[in-house]
Design a protein around this ligand. Sequence first.
Ligand SMILES: C[S@@+](CC[C@H](N)C(=O)[O-])C[C@H]1O[C@@H](n2cnc3c(N)ncnc32)[C@H](O)[C@@H]1O
Length: 211
Amino acid sequence: METLVTSPEIERYIQNLYPVEDPLLAEMNERGNKINFPLVGPLVGRLLYQLAKMTGAKKIFEMGSGFGYSAFWFALALPEDGIIYLTDQSAKNLELAKQFFTKGNLIRKAQFHVGDAIEALSQTKESFDIIFIDMDKESYPKALELAKPKIKSGGLLIADNLLWFGQVLEKKGDSATEGIKKFNQMLFNDCNFISTLLPIRDGVGVAYKIK
Ligand SMILES: C[S@@+](CC[C@H](N)C(=O)[O-])C[C@H]1O[C@@H](n2cnc3c(N)ncnc32)[C@H](O)[C@@H]1O
């Protein structure tokens, strides 16, 4: 059974405390709501922005970018010479992301990769200040395994949907639920990270890599 971790009223209350959103982000969020596309939304988006700013991130890799909403928040936080790699299996999604990034004058900070995010990450030899995981839930354990050596010491691994609308409470869930449960066990037992599961929206994991 799917449950929301925080009530919509509480979400609205928190959101109303925040400054007015960038008009393009508002447009993207509205579009997501309209077509029922699962983007992170303004509360988590703002957290991503804050984390990137706090850590002075310059290089970010995103696994599962959709049409660029979460990446847009990250890109706003990046310095002039910063870069975010967007990955998505859908060319259509990334085409739309490119349009929003162009409109928002952020295109110079972005690189787009169509295809499997696991494959894309495994092919790169670079390391990153932040890796953000928001792709198919079955792949989360593999994504963590691959991401770990590619995050710099002092960098962050961030992952969305770690409460999976309450389904993590199920003894034996479907493959997506089991993917998230396994990921949570792996991450929170890994002494190379200091990790917290924030119960915002659907649960956001923030893990600081200490070595
Ligand atoms: C939850 S949405 C991402 C939303 C985005 N992070 C945001 O908040 O704006 C998940 C996206 O991951 C993509 N995806 C799922 N599995 C993938 C994979 N193995 N490789 C690349 N993209 C994948 C889907 O096409 C979808 O657009």
